[in-house]
Design a protein around this ligand. Structure first.
Ligand SMILES: [Zn+2]
Length: 340
């Protein structure tokens, strides 16, 4: 990738968590003749990554419905705001930068609205261009706010009793110095009542979602980082085991041979396949239920027969997973717990 000039978007991109929506750049607008807003603004360029011939790119999770701008006037303030105006009754404080560019550019990122404008464009023209794009800007600001809330809710607090999804169920972390390493409590998934009776899992329990206790060999005063590392290592071991088993199963059904299976933690894709038969699967798929994992496995293995996304490729996927569309949609909506 050729070097490029510093882009204000990069700062926002660097803060993105795995699989989260990238900040959306608005279509450039010139003050005199602003083009109609694009239906789907292009996503910003991502950092170069090793090319994989065919892979399952992840899409940002849960495109939240746009916040209806006409309801509940609200305030959106960029931390470096130096200008503000009202758009459909909402106060939007934005960061204006002047540059050598030839048109006005907008970016809605995690921090809010940034505007880049040529030095010769007057403030009145900038505000007019923003008003012209008010619908798009307010929708993106609303989406960023929803996303920030979802991320906050998905953040894992690493302590005794914390919960996180595992194979579509809820895993309850129990600090237990008597345990060697980390061990899933044997036996059937624990019902809500039993988990609560354990005295540690009363919080954050979803009714009806089975709970399983993961005993981790750490003392009560273990640091969050120690707990995270122990649980993450355990999850990765489970991922390898489960993925190997599912790959074996689907390779047999599809009549293909997997030369090598490895875990990945790529930023933008759940899996990839190369013509040589090497399959890579994102270890965090282990949070999802088997239907989702199977979809990614079958998708990548189907590439060993069709190295493309042609109708023939989807026929191959359908031949082993008739209901793959559902899992595909589920993956699109997925929100991963945030580890930090
Ligand atoms: Zn693919």
């Amino acid at each position: 990738m050729p070097p490029r000039a510093p882009d204000p978007r990069d700062a926002a991109l660097a803060q993105l968590s795995l699989f989260d929506a990238a900040p959306a750049p608005a279509p450039a607008a010139t003050p005199a003749t602003a083009p109609p807003p694009a239906a789907a603004p292009p996503r910003p360029a991502r950092p170069a990554r090793p090319a994989a011939p065919a892979g399952l790119a992840s899409t940002p999770p849960a495109r939240a419905p746009a916040t209806p701008p006409h309801l509940a006037p609200t305030e959106f303030r960029h931390p470096q705001a130096n200008r503000e105006l009202r758009l459909d009754g909402h106060l939007v404080a934005y960061a204006l930068r002047r540059s050598r560019r030839r048109s006005i550019g907008f970016v809605v990122g995690t921090e809010g609205l940034s505007v880049n404008a040529p030095r010769w464009v007057g403030q009145g023209d900038i505000d007019a261009a923003l008003r012209d794009k008010a619908g798009w800007i307010l929708r993106k600001l609303g989406e960023q706010r929803d996303r920030a809330r979802r991320l906050q809710a998905a953040r894992v607090e690493w302590r005794d009793g914390t919960t996180l999804p595992f194979l579509g169920e809820t895993l309850v972390v129990v600090l237990d110095p008597r345990t060697r390493g980390a061990q899933l409590q044997p036996g059937a998934p624990t019902a809500d009542g039993a988990a609560a009776a354990d005295g540690r899992a009363a919080q954050a329990t979803l009714q009806g979602v089975p709970h399983r206790l993961l005993h981790v060999g750490l003392p009560q005063h273990a640091t969050p980082a120690q707990i995270r590392d122990a649980v993450q290592a355990w999850l990765q071991r489970q991922a390898r085991q489960v993925f190997e088993e599912r790959c074996r199963l689907y390779a047999e059904r599809l009549g293909v041979r997997v030369a090598r299976l490895s875990l990945s933690s790529a930023q933008t894709r759940w899996g990839s396949a190369s013509a040589s038969g090497a399959i890579r699967l994102h270890w965090r798929l282990i949070h999802f239920g088997l239907a989702t994992i199977d979809y990614v496995v079958a998708h990548e293995l189907a590439h060993l027969r069709e190295m493309n996304h042609s109708p023939r490729f989807w026929d191959v996927v359908r031949s082993v997973l008739p209901d793959y569309e559902r899992a595909k949609d589920g993956l699109r909506q997925a929100v991963l717990p945030v580890f930090d």
